[in-house]
Design a protein around this ligand. Sequence first.
Ligand SMILES: [Zn+2]
Length: 628
Amino acid sequence: MTPLSSVIRAFADGLKPEPDMTIDQWADKYRKLTSETSSEPGDWETERTPYLREIMFELSPQSDTEEVVFMKGSQVGGTEVGNNFIGYIIHKEPGPALMLHSTMGTAEDASVQRIDTMIETTPVLRERIKEATARKWASTRRRKKFPGGFLFLRGAKSALALRSTPIRFLFMDELDSFDRDVQGEGNPISLAVKRTATFARRKIFKVSTPTIKDRSHIEEAFKNSDQRHYHLPCPVCGHKQWLQWKGFIWQRDAEGRHLPETVKYQCEMCGDLIGEEFKDWMLANGEWIPDNPGHPVRGYHLSAFYSPLGLGFSWAYWVQDKLSCGVDPVKLKTWTNHGEARTWEEHAEEVDKNPLLDRLEDYRGAQVPAGGLVITVGIDVQVDRFEVVARAWGEGEESWLVEWKTIDGGIKDAEARKNLAEWLKQEWIHESGVKLPVAIALIDSGNQAKFVYDLVRVLRRQGVKISASKGSSHHQPEAIKKMKQKGGVPFFSIGTEFCKVAIYSRLNDVHEPGPGFYHFPEGTPEEYFNQLTAEKFRTKLHKGHEIVVWEKKSDQRNEVLDCEVLCLAGLTYLRPSYQRLATRLAVSSIGVTSKARVAEERMHDPLTRDAQRVKPRRGGYLNRWREV
Ligand SMILES: [Zn+2]
């Protein structure tokens, strides 16, 4: 469209032309926030998060920058920058736009929860969409139409969706949950970027919290940029520096206990300790400085330590959270990704079984020691047998092997099915004397899917809390994902690689009982450990990208590892409240089996739980991480 026709259209639309307005100025003037999506509803104020101003400017037509990369921690406002970018396009700079998510499902969620909410609450946007609707261009979840342009919302899983219409504006959200390869046609990010090639004044915006080193799309994009960090002036000496974890200092009390609430930031120049009460002042006077100046791509890195007072978590929160991770690599990974906005370096390439054999413990007669509060089961289906593992879990995901067993006869063998049913219906004796049933069992549907669904259906009718599952073939970046029912039974997709990395990290790095520790009882056969440690992973280059490949160390069987993956995935789905379980056990052990126990068990069943619409806990970044 020529500038002249755009001016004429602007007049025709009854708007005054505002040729110099940038996205941040637009947001300050027009953008409204609701209490549903923001802790501070009302008018958008860029002043509240001053570090976002430059990012929004670079996304504006007044800047020649074509590509902006934002690698961020939680609650710094990255999502809102994307919303403002989209709002501005709809109102001020209409053209073909694409908002890309990892899956169509997350794209539709964003469409309803973010884009529709923004349109409804921001009058100028509501008007634009209404105009298009009046011209018989109705908007849907997957497409928003406005005069002069459209916004497609798509999942990065379909090569076709990534190849069609040329687009001028490309917004890719949570880049690190994108697959590395789409239907054998290569990297979804490059495919999408190709669609912008015909536009001279294109804008590409990549946003994500980083994940794993050498496998992170956003880190790769940031490395290929001018690499900016937000430098804050020291209130004492004025020296500008960017906040890094190593700069935080806090006190301990006389007994050596950490006091996170005393946290301060130590200036790298004058050494003075800066309190968080100076943060808003420092943010207002901060400045983005590139490490790699001159690169045409603008890259921004911002940890969660920058979120303004009252908007995100405090420095004390991050210290407390880091301390509570202990040495658990799984928790530390989440903290590093969401707090520091850095990638996590994995080093659990393989596990040596010998140190594990040296730490077998006597559970003092009880099948489940005091700390184990909930039992999950993993079942691997072989042609001639079932392999089963039961594991008890407690606070901090410390866990105890309860039983490993082989049930002879395959899934088509009635006797074997009966034996499996009996085994699943048993209860294990907890140290308190209470009997613990299976809270969730996951069975791998493998290549016997139909038979497995039938078996699950029969077992569920008999009261066994069992669901079917299958390992994801798409590098699923989370332990477990609930899918549509299959064969009439609950069905889960398992992030097998994700779980294996978690298990191997814990086996390698957590040496003391406590969060993340794996306990094994005396008498566990060496074969269990052979199978548990049967695999190793390495990264290899695949179509130009590092991917993780798991392989067997030798011809060693590995069913135990598969079962342990399902035990961990099942636990991740349950997200039990250990405190409540502990109270329940204490109550039960003195002979009162309460209604609460029945209710708790019902809660743990996937079908009942969904029927009751149990609300996920809100607010914590850990919870949001799990729902990604
Ligand atoms: Zn200083």
